[in-house]
Ligand binder design. Structure first.
Ligand code: FAD
Length: 449
């Protein structure tokens, strides 16, 4: 390096969840010229004891970032049942109220036999339809196990713990760099900051200057989450149902189950509705009795699943309003993952969007050597990633309503629900990220010319 060559900016990554860890792994591999420090507020890396699902499109993107990330996923997903053709969820009606008007507890679907549709009788708990998945490696993993595998890919000395970011200011030395201020009173100076600090992101508030869209809004839904040993789940549901993904739908609630931890556990997420969330905490403990109260009208199967959940917690589900930008340049700060676009989980793709963000961003950053390059990269990343990730936030919220008989123009019409469900994931799963990558590179090139 000559004295006239600008020094490559040093990188600060704030937050060590799926976004922060995968970004760290990506930059270590693709940008060896950019020194990195990861700052995490907790005393160690950690994820909750629950499941998370990734679809083949997202696992392929993990490979594009670093094949070791896809291998980490595969290691946690090995023993899960693979169906042919692949299924995302088998959808079953599990709310007794849907059968209230029927004398014999049956609903008849496909009545327009003239149109070639077969007539079908549906009873409580029956399969209504199957949402197909795409072929390829995908499925559920235990979050903590997956995170542990990612942590193994981060060398010692990169992460600093108990570093809760409280503010970022511009350095007074005219370098234009960012000064990070932590809750323990310490500071650190870096050329660029990546906010991977989740739905309650401090970096988002700084980038958006506390604009009203900074804070996440309540989606009207909350979830109980828990794990049931597979042997216990099989005793409740029989051999097949717990080993494949199930969605039990009803009025203002739905319950998802899918296998994780190499098929040894059944993950349960049971959703319910409330008009407002006033508790400042978004995760609160509840009793089994209160939880069962929410599922009074549901099938014996769903009630048995809920009864098996140990120590139920309620997770209030919030999402971000669309941000007008994902970055700022004075100093350089860029939002990644939930900090940029926290979504409800109803299309199972929030973490997948983190992975996509990281691929596009890390490829662009591999071409960056100066602050000006970073500005161009941020602009290209924002142009490509913001529309897609914000579309997920909007459509996920709609999906939450759809699965709970509240979908606009759909309600509890099972056939209309099926028609909507069968195509609503196409744009998420049939996505060609390489096309967006080319587009992003093109935007960055134009910026630099
Ligand atoms: C019920 C539920 C089910 C879901 N299921 C799926 C699914 O099946 N598939 C899917 O793709 N997505 C799913 N999601 C979404 C997915 O969990 C998130 O999109 C993803 O985990 C976000 O990762 P992240 O790294 O951006 O944020 P986080 O996981 O929130 O990580 C943020 C990190 O930043 C740290 N941090 C926070 N503030 C600071 C600070 N000021 N200073 C330093 N560090 C800080 C935190 O300690 C944490 O380690 C689900 C979400 C929910 C709620």
């Amino acid at each position: 390096m000559t004295s006239s060559t600008p020094r490559s900016p040093t990188i600060a990554i704030i937050g060590g969840g799926i976004a922060g860890l995968t970004l760290t792994i990506a930059l270590l591999k693709k940008c060896p010229h950019l020194p990195i420090t990861l700052y995490e507020s907790a005393s160690a890396f950690g994820e909750i004891g629950a499941g998370v699902g990734f679809q083949p499109v997202q696992v392929r993107t993990m490979s594009l970032i670093d094949p070791r990330i896809a291998t980490a996923f595969e290691k946690c997903n090995k023993g899960n049942t693979v169906t042919e053709p692949p299924r995302w969820f088998t959808v079953r009606v599990a709310d007794q109220r849907k059968f209230a008007g029927s004398a014999n507890g049956e609903i008849v679907l496909g009545k327009d036999e003239a149109g070639g549709k077969e007539k079908r009788i549906i009873r409580l708990g029956d399969e209504v339809f199957v949402m197909p998945a795409r072929r390829g490696l995908g499925g559920g993993v235990h979050r903590a196990h997956f995170l542990d595998e990612l942590v193994k890919l981060v060398p010692e000395g990169i992460a600093q713990f108990r570093k809760k970011l409280v503010d970022v200011t511009e350095a007074e030395d005219e370098s234009g760099e960012a000064v990070l201020h932590f809750a323990d009173g310490s500071t650190a100076q870096h050329g660029a900051v990546f906010g991977c600090d989740g739905i309650k992101s401090r970096t988002r508030a700084i980038v958006l200057s506390d604009d009203p869209c900074t804070n996440a809004v309540f989606s009207g839904k909350y979830a109980y989450r828990g794990l049931i040993p597979m042997s216990e789940a099989v005793a409740i549901l029989g051999e097949d149902e717990p080993r494949t993904n199930q969605m039990y739908i009803g009025y203002h609630g739905h319950v998802l189950t899918f296998p994780i931890a190499n098929g040894t556990l059944m993950n349960v997420v049971a959703f319910s509705s409330t008009p407002a969330w006033t508790d400042p905490n978004w995760v609160v403990q509840t009793s089994r009795e209160d939880m069962l109260q929410d599922f009074t009208h549901w099938s014996p199967t769903v009630r048995a699943i809920m009864t098996s959940l140990q120590k139920p917690d309620i997770w209030a589900l919030f999402n971000h309003p669309p941000a007008p930008t994902y970055y700022t340049t004075n100093p350089l700060i860029c939002l990644v993952g939930d900090a940029a676009h926290a979504s409800t989980p109803h299309q199972g793709s929030g973490a997948g969007m983190c992975i996509e963000d990281v691929y596009i961003l890390s490829e662009l950053l591999s071409q960056c050597h100066s602050s000006r390059d970073f500005e161009s990269a941020f602009r290209a990343y924002d142009a490509v990633r913001r529309p897609r990730s914000q579309r997920l936030v909007k459509t996920s919220r709609e999906a939450g309503q759809l699965w709970e008989f509240e979908g606009e123009g759909v309600g509890d019409d099972l056939e209309a629900l099926e028609r909507n469900a069968m195509k609503r994931m196409d744009w998420v799963w049939d996505y060609d990220i390489l096309e967006d990558m080319d587009r992003a590179r093109g935007i960055m090139r134009e910026e630099r010319e």
